[in-house]
Design a protein around this ligand. Structure first.
Ligand SMILES: [Zn+2]
Length: 355
């Protein structure tokens, strides 16, 4: 058997126990400090054959270490590098990701002596599998990722008096934009531990959502109530005409009751509402001719008959003293005059006692 040159002769007994020489492949798996203290770094092409106990002659196997511990033995430095790539691939999440790894490969002095037992040397696949199965191992990767991300659209509110308060209407639909974001992502065993945005390029600006918000005041119920109060009279009636001559009083007349008073005036004289109220009739009605009826609330209703012209409409509210019609002689009448009636709870009363 041929005597092989062996550098192992200078190795201590302690070092003999530490397994075989190998390559430490890289920063991926470990810090450079993982190389056992006291080992000698030699060029990777420094290969010395070893005669093993079983008679086999081999060149130095390469050691892959992680966190200072040997995790696999492989045939060559090339294989050790290949293992690093395999492991890296295992934790790589996306095809497009660029993984930045500072590769450092070291060769350690072989500590295998002639006559030693044959160590277990793994294939690249076996080594990679064994390493990734190691749960306590932390594999840190730094990736530079470029990906498209949406730019969330803004929401803008514009005021408008075209809508009531509380009402809203979408004027313009919002649309997300698009940006290209480049990030540095640090992962440990495939899980992101740190993310830093390096660059953002807007590819498409977002379109804001514009909502119209009403400012028009909503009519309050209180205002409606006060409006109806305004339409109600104060009960103190005004004489609807001035400069009149009473031609007929209230009460019995020619064998029947006269339901109001007749006030003679020139044709076209203005007739005013005796009190505030709501016009409940404005039109022609039999012997009354053109007639206006006003409800003043509190059961009081006034009639203005024989008008030549009507100045108000049914349903309209009028204020005390407002012109409602012109004196005329329509209906059952012999000359221009105002026939004026006052009814309290449906019963005719003498208007003169109210004026
Ligand atoms: Zn009359």
């Amino acid at each position: 058997m041929k005597e092989l040159p062996s550098r192992s002769l200078k190795s201590s007994e302690k070092k003999r126990k530490a397994v075989f020489v190998s390559a430490v492949a890289g920063a991926l798996l470990l810090a450079a400090g993982s190389i056992a203290a006291g080992t000698v770094i030699v060029p990777s092409d420094f290969e010395v054959p070893v005669l093993l106990a079983n008679g086999e002659v081999i060149t130095q196997p390469w050691r892959v270490t992680a966190d200072g511990k040997q995790v696999a033995l492989v045939d060559s430095q090339e294989d050790a590098r290949e293992v690093v790539k395999e492991v890296e691939g295992h934790y790589k999440s996306k095809e497009t990701v660029k993984i930045e790894i500072e590769e450092q490969t070291f060769a350690e002095e072989m500590d295998l002596k002639n006559g030693d037992e044959k160590p277990e040397i793994l294939t690249v696949e076996e080594a990679a599998e064994q390493i990734t199965a190691e749960e306590e191992l932390t594999v840190k990767t730094t990736e530079v990722v470029t990906a498209a991300e949406p730019v969330t659209f803004e929401k803008i509110t514009e005021k408008t008096d075209q809508l009531y308060e509380g009402e809203t209407k979408v004027k313009q639909e919002g649309q997300d934009g698009l940006k290209e974001v480049t990030k540095k992502v640090i992962k440990e065993n495939g899980h992101t531990t740190e993310e830093t945005v390096m660059e953002e390029i807007v590819l498409q600006e977002p379109k804001a959502e514009v909502t119209l918000a009403g400012t028009k005041e909503i009519p309050q119920e209180a205002e409606l109530v006060s409006a109806s109060i305004k339409a109600e009279g104060d009960g103190q009636l005004l004489t609807p005409v001035s400069g009149y001559r009473m031609t007929s009083g209230f009460g019995p007349r020619w064998g029947r009751d006269h339901l109001g008073v007749d006030l003679a005036l020139p044709m076209g004289s203005k007739i005013s509402a005796a009190d505030s109220g709501t016009v409940i009739f404005s039109g022609a009605e039999g012997g009354y001719g053109n007639l206006v009826k006003i409800d003043h609330g509190n059961g009081i209703v006034t009639y203005y008959a024989h008008c030549s012209a009507l100045r108000v409409d049914q349903g309209q509210t009028v204020t005390k003293g407002q012109t409602i019609a012109d004196v005329g002689s329509t209906g059952n009448s012999t000359g221009p005059h105002l026939h004026f009636e006052v009814r309290v709870n449906g019963k005719n009363v003498d208007p003169m006692s109210y004026l």
